[in-house]
Design a protein around this ligand. Structure first.
Ligand SMILES: Nc1ncnc2c1ncn2[C@@H]1O[C@H](COP(=O)(O)OP(=O)(O)O)[C@@H](O)[C@H]1O
Ligand SMILES: [Mg+2]
Length: 267
């Protein structure tokens, strides 16, 4: 939904992490070069000079990604996949850490290009920003009526610390039984008659990585089944393709994942 704090959340996250932030508003006429950057002629130096696009930041908020043309979407997703931009044969590495938050508004007018499944699969997690609880919303109206909420956010990390933390995540241990548990959950989505396409092996990798991050945040160097349960819907639901009948009945892929968790024996 518009106006529920998505932009403010992304800016707050970037500020707290001490990261450089950039925002890209998608429209149908946005070109790939508007995302990646382009070579421009420098008259004084008599040479082409690369002018980096908005993708050159630590945290990029891509607003309304489904308004961009498929060509522009795929340019963006290529940056995400390769962590670099190639323009006229020259490769420019993107900053590290590099993270993309994309938004998609559910209230749709004409002229949108929904991301194909293969591209949705590039996103690690999906979450839906609902409306806040009434008491929280009332508090927010009092707190934020006349100040900038971002200015209040303390800077608690730096890009180098974020990088170090993600190296630390890689060292978190996953027992063989837990990997089998994840495969059980993935298989249950594949066997679900409501799905045209269940969760891929890549989504299983995404789920394990996210669970490892949760374990580290909780101060453990090993994953427990609860870490997987907590993040499974966010890591898997957006990568599942429902069958036509399920779509007509407005089944939610969130329910498919919840049922798969329910049906899989916890090690
Ligand atoms: N849950 C929330 N928490 C804090 N601020 C919020 C929240 N929802 C809305 N706001 C405020 O409402 C305004 C619009 O939020 P914004 O992040 O631009 O919405 P969106 O990007 O979802 O359309 C901002 O000034 C923001 O501070
Ligand atoms: Mg916004």
């Amino acid at each position: 939904m518009p106006g529920v704090g998505k932009t403010v959340l992304a800016r707050a996250l970037a500020r707290a992490a001490g990261c450089e932030f950039s925002r890209l508003q998608c429209t149908a006429d946005l070109l790939p070069a508007d995302v990646t950057g382009t070579n421009i002629w420098d008259q004084r130096e008599a040479e082409f000079r690369f002018r980096p696009g908005p993708v050159f930041a630590n945290l990029i908020l891509v607003d309304e990604v489904n308004r961009a043309s498929p060509k522009t979407q795929s340019a963006l997703l290529e940056c995400m996949e390769e962590h670099q931009v190639t323009v006229d044969g020259t490769t420019h590495p993107l900053p590290a850490p590099f993270m993309v938050i994309a938004t998609q508004n559910p209230i749709e007018h004409e002229g949108t290009f929904p991301l194909p499944e293969a591209q949705l699969d590039r996103f690690a997690l999906r979450l839906s920003m609902g409306y806040p609880a009434p008491a929280v919303e009332a508090q927010m109206l009092c707190d934020l009526a006349d100040k900038d909420p971002i200015a209040e956010v303390p800077v608690v990390a730096s890009p180098a610390e974020i990088e170090a933390a993600s190296r630390e995540v890689a060292r978190v241990h996953v027992a063989a039984g837990l990997a089998e548990y994840v495969v059980g959950v993935l298989s249950a989505t594949r066997a679900d008659p409501r799905c045209a396409l269940g969760a891929s092996p890549r989504s299983g990798l995404g789920l394990i990585r996210a669970a490892k991050a949760i374990a580290l945040i909780e101060g453990r160097d090993y994953v427990v089944p609860d870490d997987i349960k907590r993040i499974a819907v966010m890591a898997l639901a957006h990568r599942i393709v429902l069958g036509t009948e399920a779509q007509i009945r407005s089944t939610d892929a969130v329910d498919v994942v919840a049922d798969a968790l329910e049906a899989t024996r916890v090690p």
